[in-house]
Design a protein around this ligand. Sequence first.
Ligand code: SF4
Ligand code: SF4
Length: 245
Amino acid sequence: MQETIDLIAHRELRNLRRFTRETGQPTQLTSLDLGEMSYVQSIEIDEEHVTVKYNTKTVRNYNANEITHKEWMYKYNDDEDFVAAVRRVIELSRKHLYDLPENLSCPPGCAECCSGYEPFVNRDDVQRIADHLGMSYDEVMKEYVVPRESADGFVVGWLRKVDEKGARSEETEDKCVFLMGNRSGRYYCGIYEARPSDCREFTPIGCEDVDVSLPRGGAYKTGRPFQPRHKSKNGSANNGRRMST
Ligand code: SF4
Ligand code: SF4
């Protein structure tokens, strides 16, 4: 008999999606506050062994992650109490995940990261934003991306920043071109469904920039989505915020 137990069970995934549906607050599995446990890939139990596979180190580089994998194997020789204890830990872990969703979301309207951080974009991100806005890939690159070449060509640049008046900016304290709303508690992403994968990785867990004055919980109503300002002759939007550089 061999059983593989995934710590991230489907039940928890459904639960997270339900929480997002009901509150409108985004949740994602990568946001789970699992601490050390988040490194565990799987636990296998057979007649003699408990094998835990885990990652010990993740180094995030400009356009790639380096992960060191390890495996820990324990031979328990029919130690039923030990197996029962492991099962209890797993059940507790699942319960922990089940109870957790309320803590997973950023406070509604917080967007400190959308100001202090420039998300990298890869080709898929740019194409997704282009499709979302009804623009071409090149138009999105021209209007909203600061191009930067990467060694493997995967990352093509980062999202532009604009100042309060909407003019292009090089200042790090200014905000992402797609950030909508006029103050903390009212901010929202104007291209949320199409936002770059870099933005999807952000989580309030361990975030040092969180605006702690904002209340958590409850549904959050956002305003209109980001709209490019002008349409090209062929009907596609092409200019977005036209700004002087
Ligand atoms: S794309 Fe959206 S989530 Fe990402 S930095 Fe800009 S406003 Fe924030
Ligand atoms: S809590 Fe952190 S990650 Fe979430 S929106 Fe605020 S600054 Fe960004």
